[in-house]
Design a protein around this ligand. Structure first.
Ligand code: HEM
Length: 115
């Protein structure tokens, strides 16, 4: 049996579950942001900074960032292993995705914890 060493949890069923759980976190964060924009009139820098400096929101944003990188890795890994058949092309595609994910996370993390 050939087993993959690049999928997130090394188990297809767990990956499937993590993909759904991360989707719920991302969906709730998106809805929250829509709600915040809709309910905040004349949004200014102070209100925006107030939101991002609250500890609960830093943690929520960090959870959304972790969910984003996990979700992207599982989703794109699934697409790449289904459709990119050449092993070296797939390796490059997945390496680019891993690097992009890493950059997203580092920039997002430093932006949130720097406020
Ligand atoms: C608000 C943000 C997001 C939500 C709520 C969300 C939700 C979902 C859900 C529910 C699925 C499972 C669909 C199914 O298999 O029936 C899924 C799959 C997928 N998501 Fe997202 N997603 C979000 C953001 C993203 C982003 C930013 C990417 C960037 C690449 C992405 C890439 C994928 C891919 C590639 C799949 C397909 C995996 C497959 O074919 O098995 N998603 N997403």
């Amino acid at each position: 049996m050939v087993s993959s060493i690049t999928n997130l949890t090394r188990n297809g069923l767990s990956d499937w579950m993590v993909q759904r759980v991360t989707a719920v976190v991302l969906g709730s964060y998106t809805l929250f942001m829509f709600g915040f924009f809709a309910l905040t009139s004349d949004l200014d820098y102070q209100q925006w900074q107030g939101l991002f400096s609250a500890m609960w929101f830093k943690i929520y944003t960090l959870a959304a960032l972790l969910a984003l990188v996990g979700h992207i890795w599982i989703g794109m890994w699934t697409v790449a292993t289904d459709y990119v058949k050449n092993i070296w092309v797939r390796f490059i595609v997945l390496a680019v995705i891993a690097l992009t994910n890493f950059v997203y996370f580092v920039i997002g993390f430093s932006a949130v914890w720097g406020v």
